[in-house]
Ligand binder design. Structure first.
Ligand SMILES: [Zn+2]
Length: 249
């Protein structure tokens, strides 16, 4: 797998005049829709840090691990409790709840309208993080697009909304009802090298998503990681890899 390298290797190549070393980011999965993204300039972004197991009484498991550091920026796709309201060490973190365009120390953050409960009215936000050419997208909740992925008009809308090339995409694969099969079709419409499933209520959902990804596209690779270290690469057309990140313990 070309995209993940040991920390010793990632400083070897320079991009002349732009940045002193090959940019890299490390990603840890905090659980449900929450990721901790650590940039090699020392900045950190925390996404969708919701309340752990908030809907467990309905049979939905969504553990979110405790955080021990103060993130520089916290992004929220929306204010549903599985995405918002988790308590973390906070000493003036910048909090974003879209629509936003923010730049901080080489990190550009932009939002794209996202559709959870309607195909026509956006009700949350996808976040795009661009760090010196490394493009990461956290889709937020886009389940209405996922559930209607077989509709040609909706497919066109998905491709139009997410037309850029991404290095990493975080894809929600669970909803009130089972959507893992459609989430796999949806994920293959997003032009991303690394596909990371999120927002699932059971491990069975996650495993089904992986199986379906492998069936739907024979060139997709699959790996499990404790955390992912991703370095900048000019080649945006490498093969898709589904990376399942273990929950931080
Ligand atoms: Zn949600």
């Amino acid at each position: 797998m070309k995209n993940f390298v040991t920390p010793l290797l990632f400083a070897l190549i320079t991009i002349s005049g732009i940045y002193p070393q090959t940019p890299s980011v490390e990603i840890k999965y905090q659980g449900h829709a929450s990721f901790l993204i650590k940039f090699d300039n020392g900045r950190t972004i925390l996404t969708d840090y919701g309340i752990s197991d908030v809907y467990k009484e309905y049979g939905y498991e969504s553990p979110i691990a405790k955080l021990n550091l103060v993130p520089d920026i916290v992004t929220y796709s929306h204010k549903h409790q599985d995405h918002y309201g988790g308590v973390f060490p906070d000493s003036g973190s910048i909090k974003l709840i879209g629509p936003e365009t923010v730049e901080l120390d080489w990190i550009e953050i932009k939002t794209i309208p996202a559709y959870e409960n309607s195909l026509t009215t956006a009700d949350n936000f996808s976040y795009v993080f661009n760090y010196q050419g490394i493009r990461i997208i956290h889709l937020g909740d886009v389940q209405s697009l996922i559930m209607n992925v077989d509709d040609p008009i909706v497919r066109g809308k998905i491709i139009d909304l997410y037309k850029d090339k991404f290095d990493i995409v975080f894809v929600p694969i669970g909803f009130k009802s089972y959507i893992a099969d459609k989430a796999a079709s949806f994920a293959l419409l997003i032009n991303a090298k690394v596909i990371v499933p999120m927002h699932f209520w059971t491990n069975a959902e996650k495993e089904k998503f992986i199986d379906l990804m492998l069936i739907k596209n024979g060139s997709v690779k699959y790996q499990v990681e404790k955390s992912a270290l991703f370095t900048y690469s000019k080649n945006k057309n490498e093969e898709n890899t589904v990376v399942v990140l273990d929950l931080v313990r």
